[in-house]
Design a protein around this ligand. Structure first.
Ligand SMILES: C[S@@+](CC[C@H](N)C(=O)[O-])C[C@H]1O[C@@H](n2cnc3c(N)ncnc32)[C@H](O)[C@@H]1O
Length: 329
């Protein structure tokens, strides 16, 4: 269905995903959004096309003053349509982060950078350091905003090194049971087959909890006389490592399996992680400069509602074909 409204063209891509064509600065919403992903032109002083044969793309040549003006206006607008516990993610190259960071810190109380290592190497760059990092500023109005813990896969070398103990239930790593030397824990003595364990700084858990772990054979008993007891953490039960602010496990489209549909389009996994961290099912997401519609597809996969917007008419067919394929499959 296509509707014309106040010079903006609207397309329903599925029940919960909509595309608007027009300037994001002209958009008007009565509702507020739980998450906004803003991936604007980066002020890279060049124009983007899909390839040398194809003009499909957008312009990115500005003076710094014009760019700062544009970013200030769009950030003000996004702030006004973000829920109080919502998150704005602002995506920018590391070389272009200065102006957006200045603008974002003026507006938002909490601004934390996520460092996305988008590619492994830049062997084609010889006269300067190859840039492999994009910054995604996570911006919140309140300290207690909506936040869901997510996990990254652990590095295989790390896994081999850490989960190097084995029993009948599989490989396991060692979790601390004894309190750090600088703190005082629960003070009690444990007797396992006549061996006494009585750490000077105490235990991290209560005696009843440790007794239960021993009964369940979940305590690693060291061979060395003076060594400590540890909790067994099985590899099979391990969800991965908690996401930090360094993301080095998602590759840019040029180095991954996804097909590039639009210059500067971002990988679906990146958007899925941002959405998972900041929203729950059925929440409402907005992407004011959506390009090829990665955010919409990620929302579709994760059962979130989404409104996307772009000023460039070229994106209509790209996004429509993306959704037609999605809905067919
Ligand atoms: C970096 S690209 C976004 C890429 C997108 N995240 C993806 O995965 O394909 C930036 C987009 O901003 C759009 N844009 C630039 N100025 C705009 C404006 N004032 N309103 C809406 N869209 C705009 C451009 O047309 C371009 O598609």
């Amino acid at each position: 269905m296509e509707k014309k409204e106040e010079s903006l063209c609207k397309y329903d891509l599925s029940n919960n995903i909509q595309l608007i064509i027009g300037d994001a600065l002209d958009s008007n919403f009565k509702t507020k959004f739980n998450m906004i992903y803003l991936d604007p032109p980066f002020n890279s002083k060049r124009n983007y096309t899909l390839n040398y044969k194809n003009n499909l793309g957008f312009k990115d040549k500005w003076t710094d003053i014009d760019y700062e003006n544009f970013i200030s206006k769009i950030v003000d607008k996004m702030y006004s349509i973000l829920t109080d516990d919502g998150t704005l993610f602002f995506h920018i190259s590391s070389s272009g982060m200065f102006i957006p960071e200045k603008v974002l810190r003026k507006k938002f109380k909490f601004v934390e950078p996520i460092f996305w290592k988008k590619c492994r190497s830049k062997n084609n760059v010889k006269k300067k350091l190859g840039s492999t990092i994009d910054i995604i500023f996570k911006c919140n109005k309140k300290a207690k905003s909506k936040f869901n813990l997510t996990y990254q896969k652990k590095d295989s070398v790390y896994l081999q090194k850490s989960f190097n103990n084995k029993d009948d239930f599989g490989n396991y790593a060692l979790g601390h049971l004894v309190t750090e030397k600088t703190k005082k824990g629960y003070m009690y003595t444990v007797n396992i087959n006549g061996r006494i364990f009585n750490p000077k700084s105490g235990w991290r858990i209560k005696k009843t909890q440790l007794d239960l772990l021993i009964e369940e054979n979940r305590v690693h008993i060291p061979k060395k006389k003076e060594a400590k007891l540890y909790k067994k953490i099985y590899l099979s039960e391990n969800p991965g490592k908690r996401c930090t602010d360094l993301w080095d496990d998602i590759h840019s489209i040029s180095q991954g399996k996804e097909l590039r549909k639009y210059p500067t389009s971002k990988p679906i996994k990146l958007l899925e992680r941002l959405i998972t961290i900041s929203t729950d099912e059925h929440d409402l997401v907005y992407d004011p400069m959506c390009g090829s519609g990665t955010t919409g597809e990620a929302c579709y996969n994760l059962n979130r509602k989404c409104i996307m917007n772009d000023i460039n008419n070229d994106v209509i067919s790209i996004i429509k074909s993306r959704f037609n394929n999605k809905i067919k499959s």
